[in-house]
Design a protein around this ligand. Structure first.
Ligand SMILES: Nc1nc2c(ncn2[C@@H]2O[C@H](COP(=O)(O)OP(=O)(O)OP(=O)(O)O)[C@@H](O)[C@H]2O)c(=O)[nH]1
Ligand SMILES: [Zn+2]
Length: 351
């Protein structure tokens, strides 16, 4: 049973609701997801749990299953069972890699998405924009982190270029993830009751930074290892850790593919969309049409070709994904998938 005291402890690991579970149910947070089940924490102790049968139903949208960061109701038993996922404050998701369209939850109930990129060969502003587009609908605040500040002398220039490229007000911090003093400035995002998820490609320095923030080599020594049926090691999928500063940090494994879900607005590129609105032709292809505002901005240098290319790439991907999502939803509703009608092309002059 979860009582008022337990609620206070849960607040220390990010719980914001007023909800008290009924009867014998207990409230807990999902801290890790393994192939064989979940690891939960109730603010006092960790314990393992299995999802109730209804979460395993075929065809269930994966986003309806418990994910790291979720607050869940648990029924006592051996093992305990997760019976309900409580409404999420925020949620970060992506489309899973692979043929089939599937929305995959990265983390739930997070306040900040820490987008980590190394200032070494990993540095790639287009990838940062991709991460920021995914973050846009999450409800959480993105924070851009650049690690490996110690590895280059021209970091200031890279930073200035990135600041100019990203929307005003996007927090950007460059750090040496190996040094506590350098990572210290991140504790403002990691106070008691705060939750943050750390994302970035493999090798960006996520584990290094996590260890530095923990102050001990916890990831290396405390990584839960499970044997799968073939006897190989499988490490935890994702894990939520409480840091000395009080906040909870969700570390994610490097994600090779980060597809948009199709629901993004691409707010990051609102200025480009506004530009395109000013072209003489409503359906301007932004090639060699007369009166093209995009070409004019490219010519004047107001818009850089890299940013324009990345916008087109993300926009096309979003559109493809949105069409796939629509078809999938239609199939789920029992209807036949219908191709989206193509809009008639041809030049129409704006009124
Ligand atoms: N010089 C320097 N090296 C760093 C820094 N951060 C990480 N590294 C190094 O970069 C390499 C990769 O770091 P990891 O922390 O393992 O990267 P990761 O993001 O956890 O990678 P995955 O576990 O594959 O997702 C390691 O050799 C780290 O020592 C930094 O700020 N400065
Ligand atoms: Zn145009």
């Amino acid at each position: 049973m979860t009582d008022v005291q337990n609620i206070e402890r849960l607040r220390r690991i990010g719980w914001r609701g007023e909800h008290l579970p009924s009867g014998d149910l207990r409230l807990a947070r999902v801290v890790a997801q393994h192939r064989t089940g979940y690891e939960l924490h109730d603010g006092e102790q960790a314990f393992s749990a299995q999802p109730a049968g209804h979460f395993l139903k075929r065809g269930l949208d994966p986003s309806e299953r418990p994910a790291v960061g979720d607050f869940v109701e648990v029924e006592a038993g051996k093992p305990p069972h997760i019976v309900r996922v409580l409404p999420r404050r925020t949620v970060l998701s992506r489309a899973a890699a692979g043929e089939r369209y599937e929305r995959q939850l990265i983390a739930a109930n997070i306040d900040y998405v820490l987008v980590l990129t190394g200032l070494d060969g990993d540095f790639n502003p287009a990838r940062i924009e991709r991460y920021l587009s995914l973050t846009e609908d999450s409800g959480a605040q993105p924070v851009v982190l650049l690690s490996k500040l110690d590895t280059r002398d021209d970091a200031e220039e890279l930073l200035a270029a990135l600041r100019a490229r990203l929307p005003d007000g996007t927090p950007i911090h460059a750090i040496n993830g190996k040094e506590a003093a350098s990572a210290e400035l991140l504790t403002k995002y990691l106070q008691l009751g705060d939750s943050a998820v750390l994302v970035g490609s493999s090798g960006a320095g996520k584990s290094t930074l996590t260890n530095t923030l923990l102050g001990v080599d916890k990831m290396a020594t405390n990584t839960v290892r499970l044997h799968d049926s073939r006897g190989r090691h499988t490490t935890t999928h994702r894990a939520l850790l409480q840091l000395p500063s009080g906040g909870c940090l969700i570390d994610t494994p490097g994600m090779r593919e980060l597809k948009l879900t199709g629901e993004e607005n691409l707010d990051l590129f609102a200025d480009i969309e506004a530009l395109a609105e000013q072209c003489r032709f409503a359906d301007c292809g932004h090639g060699s049409e007369p009166g093209c505002a995009v070409q004019a901005a490219l010519d004047s240098g107001e818009l850089t070709p890299e940013r324009w290319r990345n916008y087109l790439k993300l926009r096309d991907e979003r559109e493809d994904q949105a069409a796939t999502l629509e078809a999938r939803l239609r199939r789920q509703r029992g209807g036949r998938p219908i191709d989206r009608p193509h809009s008639p092309r041809g030049k129409r002059e704006r009124e």
